[in-house]
Design a protein. Structure first.
Length: 297
């Protein structure tokens, strides 16, 4: 996995208070809505946003087959603020589309979030809330216009086959991650949930039901002997910042190995167990001084 270079950082937004209605029109705001996110909430948000910022500025990600159309129509806007309305996958969808877009003023573009997903870790981390619950969107739009921009690292994943894979090359669907990259039990849970939701999307249209489904899948997975008692340690060589971590790996025998970019995981868990500066950087409380402080930028 390659560390992010300066040009692999994307501007994201954190909300500010005391924003007036006049402030909302200083920047051009467009919204990308995933109507499949959050059950019926995606469609409600879509209609509210059209009333707030105009029909021409709100795009349906499903109908348009992605963000490309909206980005192309606004590629010459200098002060563009984008609202990604959906779960963490929707946020990643928009950011990845920006990677390949031909935006003229890329350095002036930032992305905010209206959380419609199940976990919404990116929205939690940036301060946009744990999940949309039907509240009026006018204050959110006003805040988006003047909210503070921060840089967010985005990581390129490099997967190399070994003698054990039996293949000459490996390809993953999305070679960039924004939140975290995980190996082990939690990755298996996420995959199982994803496949079940794709098979029965109507059944998985409610955030509460989705969390219950996650819980049921988790119980089954953690009793799988493939993950029980940290058996994944037998299948890894772990190196961090050039240091061999195998001794730590076999001492702790984890259920999963997590490469974390933001200070929120699995619907709000704090894996760093540290002290945070507005959830932006974590300072470890442990005595382990081998590593630098966590930072997403």
């Amino acid at each position: 996995m390659d560390p992010p270079a300066d040009d692999n950082s994307t501007a994201v937004q954190q909300p500010l208070m005391d924003v007036t209605e006049t402030d909302a029109y200083r920047e051009k705001i467009i919204a990308f809505v995933n109507p499949k996110s959050g059950g019926l909430q995606g469609q409600v948000v879509f209609e509210q946003l059209r009333a707030q910022i105009g029909e021409a500025n709100v795009y349906d990600l499903v109908k348009d087959h992605g963000p490309q159309r909206g980005l192309k129509e606004n590629q010459h806007e200098k002060n563009l603020r984008i609202v990604a309305c959906g779960g963490d996958g929707t946020v990643g969808w928009v950011l990845s589309a920006l990677d390949t877009s031909q935006m003229q003023y890329m350095d002036f573009i930032s992305v905010g979030v209206i959380p419609l997903g199940t976990g919404n870790d990116m929205a939690r981390f940036l301060g946009w809330g744990v999940g949309y619950r039907g509240e009026a969107l006018a204050p959110v739009i006003q805040s988006l216009a003047t909210s503070e921009s921060r840089l967010l690292d985005r990581w390129q994943i490099d997967v190399k086959p070994t003698a054990y894979t039996g293949t000459a090359s490996l390809k993953i669907p999305q070679p960039v991650f924004n939140n975290y990259l995980s190996f082990g039990a939690d990755a298996q849970i996420a995959l199982d949930f994803h496949e079940k939701r794709n098979a029965s999307p109507r059944r998985y249209a409610n955030r509460v039901f989705n969390k219950l489904a996650y819980g049921c899948i988790s119980c089954n997975t953690f009793f799988d002997r493939q993950y029980l008692f940290g058996n994944i340690a037998n299948h890894f060589e772990l190196h961090v910042d050039g240091r061999n971590m195998d001794d730590d790996l076999f001492r702790f025998r984890p259920d999963a190995i997590l490469i974390l970019n933001i200070a929120s995981y699995a619907a709000g868990t704090n894996p760093w167990q540290g002290i945070y500066d507005n959830l932006w950087c974590a300072r470890s409380q442990s005595d382990d001084d081998r590593f630098r402080e966590q930072s997403c930028s």
